[in-house]
Design a protein around this ligand. Structure first.
Ligand code: FMN
Length: 741
């Protein structure tokens, strides 16, 4: 819901918002420019009487003196029957230049206020300002939710590409944008009478004046009492009319001044409402607050980029989303399907199940597991379809499920079924589905059917499960979903560097280039010319199926799309079908593969120290992270191999990264050399320094084999003990990430 609230108005508003924001940026500079050209006397240096006296000396036909909040003083006069207006120096009363408001600024103001239209445009601008309020608030809530609460709002934002740029910029600009949008909406609402304009307090013309001989303006008491910096406007009496008066308006209020006695007549202080209105206008325009104007301008400058990245995110999400058919509401549903998915394939199965249940007359509500409601008033069956990611962990659309389950209030009759989607190649096959199944049982819910695990999206297993459910529910249910195989692209091996043969651990760094025709339409657009690869980051996965086998194996990428190549580091496994295939490749050979995003394994941005730990081929993505560390943030690598003469993977590159400080320090351990040490030993040897890094917020990323990862967890647990912390705690804070195989 929150996402829709943020995305939909954002989409609709994007174009006009860019116009509003860019014109706002131009206008935001105006107060600062005006201020830089204005002569502003010190407080108490000059009274309005003094100003009037000096101006009259230079402009005997003065009719009015106006002072802008930025400090510009303009005199309106008449000379030989001709009206004129000059900017004047208040200290001398002398003219500086004829007063000619810029036609360009006026045009930009019109564009900003009304898109160069009349009332319709003004109304549109007001509605857009209100939309902007909605976008800012929903965006702030989304970001807080993503970072784990309001207190975490200043923490590094994980991720990369458009979502990261969008979040970083929005975090920087949101307060400024919200202020502009709120004050803009207010001004619009006042203009169209939706809100009262804080009772304007116009004094009534005095019924009685002295009518005496006019005294010089410089001697009038009421004008002497007002500092020039408080002046808004002084209108002079009509010449030769002793019954007329000066009309004085200041930042505090307004009234009239008797031209003979200098008495202040009918003075009206500004009401609170009017002062509020005045401040809202100032906060929007930056008038008299030139520094605020510049801050608001800077914030508005981010809007075009936010709109562009927002559209990109929306498009990416839309392209990968599965559209659901008829979806009953939470209140009306008799059957609920909740889906846990990372790569979206589970949604295809869920959609088939939902359609078939609908056809059988059920009212089905289908949603991500993270959207678990507190209560489903009419539901009698709860289906959970979930994949497993990482090392037996939740996929992203289920990451909050177990926490939300604590508040879940099931009705007595509610039964559940869990269907796990996974890959038997992983030791923790469908582990997350198992965890959810246990948690639901612990919550007191009854099984309608025991947990079933589907291996690698098997259509047969899914159909068979459907048959069992059909029997159990007493309805026809023929499930036919057969997931389409991943869309692959062709890549050509351009380079391989071989290591480790002498120590019985043949490991190769393989570099592929994409073949031109593998680019999709979007990538072939002219401005995308340099981009021949699908978008990916180091740490994402390359899926490759060996010849004669449909099941893809995944290899962590050591490069990102901007490197122009696809780099993986592969250890040849004994009897390994896919690793054997990859090791048999010669430069010029081609493979078919696809990118699988792995956003859960990325270093935090900013200056957070990063501790990288790996062994053997696990160095691949870690080397990719270091290569990308062009900002030279602190990065420490702990890596274990067998022998420095044989399998010191990436040795030349790591030397270069140390020299140019992309890598802060390198600690190695070799098990088949004189030192006879593993990466855990290198970590223990550096215990004190590591503890300190963790204390100051370091993030740890571990990549490699399962056993190594377990050993590394153990040593970090003992390093963390004196801090009364453990790996689990770091993990929940997103500071301990693993990519294990
Ligand atoms: C990086 C990665 C880690 C995975 N980890 C596991 C795992 O630990 N256990 C498992 O059974 N399957 C694992 N899988 C397999 C997925 O759960 C399986 O492909 C599933 O069908 C994906 O469904 P989804 O596209 O809806 O997320 C993993 C897949 C990837 C790409």
């Amino acid at each position: 819901m929150l996402r829709k609230l943020h995305g939909l108005p954002g989409l609709v508003a994007a174009l006009l918002l860019v116009v509003l924001a860019t014109s706002g940026v131009v206008l935001s500079v105006v107060p600062a420019l005006e201020r830089s050209g204005a002569v502003v006397p010190a407080a108490g240096e000059l009274s309005v009487a003094g100003l009037a006296e000096r101006v009259i000396t230079n402009y005997p036909g003065t009719e009015q003196i106006a002072r802008s909040l930025s400090g510009e003083v303009v005199v309106y006069y008449s000379q030989d029957g001709q009206p004129g207006a000059d900017l004047v120096n208040p200290l001398t009363g002398e003219g500086i230049a004829p007063y000619q408001p810029s036609a360009f600024v006026r045009w930009v103001k019109n564009l900003h206020r009304s898109f160069l239209m009349d009332d319709v445009g003004r109304m549109l601008a007001g509605v857009w300002a209100a939309l902007m309020v909605l976008i800012c608030l929903s965006g702030a809530f989304l970001l807080a939710r993503r970072l784990g609460g309001w207190k975490a709002m200043l923490q590094p934002i994980p991720g990369s590409g458009s979502p990261r740029i969008h979040a970083e910029l929005a975090r920087f600009a949101v307060i400024g944008l919200l202020l502009s949008a709120l004050t803009g909406s207010y001004m619009s609402a006042v203009r169209f009478g939706l809100l009262p304009e804080g009772a304007s307090t116009e004094p009534t013309f005095p019924a009685e004046v002295s009518g005496g001989v006019p005294a010089p303006a410089g001697s009038l008491k009421a004008l002497k009492n007002v500092d020039v910096n408080e002046l808004r406007e002084l209108v002079f009496p009509f010449p030769d009319d002793p019954t007329d008066v000066y009309s004085l308006s200041t930042t505090q209020g307004s009234g009239f001044v008797d031209q003979a006695t200098g008495e202040l007549l009918q003075y009206q202080a500004r009401s609170t409402g009017s002062q509020f209105h005045h401040w809202m206008v100032r906060l929007h325009t930056g008038e008299g607050l030139w520094w605020l104007g510049l801050i608001l301008g800077l914030a508005a400058l981010t809007v075009p980029v936010l709109s562009f990245t927002g559209l990109q995110i929306w498009w990416q999400r839309r392209s990968s989303a599965i559209s659901l058919g008829e979806n009953a509401s939470i209140e009306a549903a008799d059957t609920v399907i909740l889906v846990g998915s990372e790569g979206n394939t589970t949604w295809g199965f869920a959609k088939d199940l939902q359609n078939k249940l609908n056809q059988a007359g059920k009212k089905v509500h289908c949603a991500p597991m993270n959207d678990l409601a507190v209560h489903y008033p009419k539901a009698s069956v709860l289906f959970i379809l979930t994949s497993t990611y990482g090392d037996g962990d939740a996929p992203s659309s289920a990451s909050q499920f177990l926490t939300r389950l604590e508040h879940f209030q099931p009705d007595d009759g509610l039964e559940f079924v869990v269907l796990g989607f996974g890959d038997q190649q992983f030791p923790k096959f469908c582990q997350y589905a198992l965890d959810v199944d246990t948690a639901l049982s612990n919550k007191g819910l009854q099984h309608m059917h025991p947990l079933t695990r589907i291996d690698r999206g098997s259509a047969t297993q899914f159909r068979e499960w459907g048959e069992a459910i059909s029997e159990r529910m007493g309805i026809p249910l023929v499930l036919t979903h057969n997931p389409a195989p991943a869309v692959t692209s062709e890549f050509e091996l351009v380079e391989r560097v071989d290591y480790g043969v002498a120590v019985n651990a043949p490991t190769s760094i393989l570099r592929f280039k994409p073949l031109k025709n593998s680019r999709n339409l979007w990538q072939r657009l002219p401005f995308q010319n340099r981009k021949q690869l699908p978008d990916f980051e180091a740490g994402d996965l390359l899926g490759v199926a060996p010849p004669g086998d449909e099941a893809a194996r995944f290899y962590s990428l050591a490069s990102s799309a901007s490197d122009g190549i696809l780099e993986i580091c592969v250890r040849k496994q004994t009897n390994g079908l896919c690793s054997g295939y990859l090791h048999s490749l010669k430069p010029g050979d081609r493979i078919a593969g696809f990118i699988q995003k792995n956003p859960g394994f990325r270093p935090a941005g900013g200056t957070t120290p990063i501790i990288l730990v790996g062994a053997g081929a696990g160095i691949g993505p870690l080397a990719g992270f270091i290569r990308k560390n062009t900002e030279r943030n602190p990065m420490y690598l702990y890596w274990g191999g067998r022998n420095p003469d044989s399998d010191f993977l990436y040795q030349p590159e790591l030397g270069r990264y140390l020299d140019d400080q992309r890598l802060t320090r390198l600690n190695t351990a070799f098990s088949r050399s004189a030192e006879n040490a593993y990466v855990q030993d290198a970590i223990v040897a550096d215990e004190t320094a590591l503890r300190h890094q963790i204390e100051i917020g370091a993030q740890i990323l571990v990549c490699g084999g399962r056993e190594m990862a377990a050993g590394v967890r153990q040593v970090f647990d003992s390093i963390l003990k004196p801090l009364h912390m453990d790996v689990e705690e770091l993990r929940t804070e997103g500071r301990y990430l693993e990519d294990v195989y």
